[in-house]
Design a protein around this ligand. Structure first.
Ligand SMILES: Cc1cc2nc3c(=O)[nH]c(=O)nc-3n(C[C@H](O)[C@H](O)[C@H](O)COP(=O)(O)OP(=O)(O)OC[C@H]3O[C@@H](n4cnc5c(N)ncnc54)[C@H](O)[C@@H]3O)c2cc1C
Length: 484
């Protein structure tokens, strides 16, 4: 105990270990390693302790001890985040609080179309539990087998269902949160209407663990789709993509559930590098869209709508070719192309990535302008713009020029230009009224970058909110906004 009557950091760590018991902490360097590196390997942190509480009460007790000792905490879910927010800093001064053991589904209420879950439940398990109750939980993304709902909420994750159902923010009705001083806020309301002042849960959703630890949530459910129709269509010109999108929304009776852009490069990469994927359309075209229509009514109407839509757009000359999946296997093949884009691009050497959004009406303009700008800066660079263009969200990834050694110094030299290409692309995004982080967040990766694109007023408000909830800066420090 120090002069101020506080426990030292060492004593605090021992108290935490005793509190959670032997199953509740990890300190062996080999066992700790998976908690320290994020999926792209951009950040590799250090820590003396990973603590794995099993209940909200345990989380509150841990945070209370940390608050007293001013010991910083990094909350972690499935460790699939792409901006380095969930890994501790290299100095080893933060402990990691992993929510993995808090993986219970507390209640499913099919009549209220809600589910109450602990923060550590894996997203795929939530989808499965909803299906077992004849309901749909529509959040769906590439990492769904390992990301956890507390992480999805804290990053306000997007994914492929946003077009119809919204981001994670739109799918949460209530939260339970342990605040940076250790108090538990029980906001687990299952209400569709609740106009009783500030909507506090919205601070924690997308807060990347900087304002508190989410321990549980009430999620919205939807009717389960009974028919899903998937198509791949080919376009000669990227300028047509948003006109086709607008027409598809109208023609489907607003039942469009996915509208994902894929360039020719994406088809080539996935069919070449990944197993069991075939090109669904015989001829080659510069651009493709994966399009999905779904309905909770099994009447066959979705199929007819899709066929009529495709025929009309081919007739109008907007779509040059297309295929509607005739079986679940064909639909899966089309989705494998979309889902395999990032993995396949890994085989093409270095990739400089941008997760950006612009107003839906300006997607084509962004793609054209940004492709021309990066090609002018580095001839031979291979842009791969793809993703959720129905939400105005483009993953504008840039593969290194062909011929450069994917494993050697060329890759490192290429990746060293990450900031230079960010400046070019983010400048165009800003000029079009867009966002430099559409769905992955800020974390450490974009923490300094964001200061150029948010107004001083917005940054000031963000700092004030952080300071009001976490005056000692112990909750995921150094992420989202820099300490003053
Ligand atoms: C292959 C792949 C595909 C992906 N596709 C998409 C996509 O389509 N759309 C998309 O939006 N993202 C996508 N992501 C990013 C990632 O999966 C999401 O951001 C996901 O929501 C993170 O969840 P997680 O449990 O892994 O959180 P983590 O990575 O563990 O943490 C992410 C952030 O949340 C905080 N956090 C975690 N749990 C809590 C908690 N209980 N309380 C408070 N803070 C917490 C962490 O401190 C960190 O700031 C993808 C990632 C991969 C690897």
């Amino acid at each position: 105990v120090n002069d101020a009557g506080r426990l030292s950091i060492d004593e605090t760590v021992e108290r935490i270990k005793a509190l959670v018991g032997p199953k509740g902490w990890v300190s062996d360097p080999n066992d700790i390693e998976p908690y320290l590196v994020e999926p792209r390997g951009l950040f590799h942190g250090a820590t003396r302790l990973v603590v794995r509480p099993a209940s909200t009460a345990d989380v509150a007790a841990i945070v209370t001890l940390c608050a007293a000792a001013k010991l910083p905490i990094v909350p972690q879910g499935g460790n699939t985040g792409l901006v380095g927010a969930q890994v501790p800093p290299e100095n080893g001064n933060n402990i990691v609080v992993s929510l993995q053991r808090m993986n219970k589904i507390r209640a499913v209420d099919p009549l209220n179309y809600t589910m109450t879950v602990e923060a550590g439940v894996i997203l795929a398990d939530i989808q499965k539990a909803a299906e077992e109750a004849d309901r749909l939980f529509p959040l769906s993304l590439g990492a769904e087998g390992s990301c956890r709902i507390g992480g999805n909420l804290s990053t306000n994750a997007g994914g492929v269902g946003v077009l119809r159902y919204g981001n994670t923010r739109d799918l949460a009705l209530g939260l339970e949160v342990v605040l940076p001083d250790g108090r538990i806020w029980d906001g687990l309301r299952a209400l569709r209407k609740d106009n009783t002042g500030y909507d506090l849960k919205q601070l924690f959703i997308g807060g990347e663990g900087t304002l508190g630890i989410i321990t549980a949530a009430v999620l919205k459910l939807f009717p389960r789709p009974r028919e899903i129709e998937t198509a791949m269509i080919a376009l000669a010109n990227v300028d047509d993509v948003m006109e086709i999108f607008a027409r598809a929304r109208a023609a489907s009776g607003d039942q469009l559930t996915a509208f994902e852009l894929i360039p020719r490069f994406g088809i080539e990469m996935t069919t070449q590098h990944l197993h069991g994927i075939s090109d669904p359309i015989a001829a080659a075209y510069p651009w493709y869209v994966l399009l999905e229509i779904s309905s909770s009514e099994a009447s066959g109407a979705s199929r007819a709508k899709l066929e009529n839509f495709l025929a009309a757009q081919i007739e109008a000359g907007l779509v040059v070719d297309g295929v509607i999946a005739a079986s679940a296997a064909q639909a899966a093949n089309i989705w494998r192309i979309r889902d395999g884009m990032t993995e396949a691009q890994g085989y093409e050497g270095g990739s400089i990535k941008h997760d950006v959004s612009v107003p839906v009406s300006r997607v084509a303009e962004f793609i054209r302008t940004a492709m021309a700008a990066v090609e002018a800066r580095l001839p031979g660079i291979r842009p791969c713009p793809f993703g959720h263009v129905g939400d105005g969200n483009i993953h504008f990834n840039l593969s290194q020029p062909k011929g450069a050694d994917p494993k050697g110094v060329d890759k490192a030299a290429y990746l060293a230009r990450w900031g230079e290409f960010n400046d070019i692309v983010h400048g165009i995004v800003a000029a079009l009224g867009g966002s430099i982080s559409a769905e992955h967040g800020i974390g450490r990766l974009k923490r300094d970058e964001i200061t150029h694109y948010k107004s001083p007023l917005e940054l000031d408000l963000m700092r004030k909110i952080k300071h009001a909830l976490d005056p000692d800066g112990i909750m995921n420090p150094g992420k989202v906004i820099a300490a003053e």
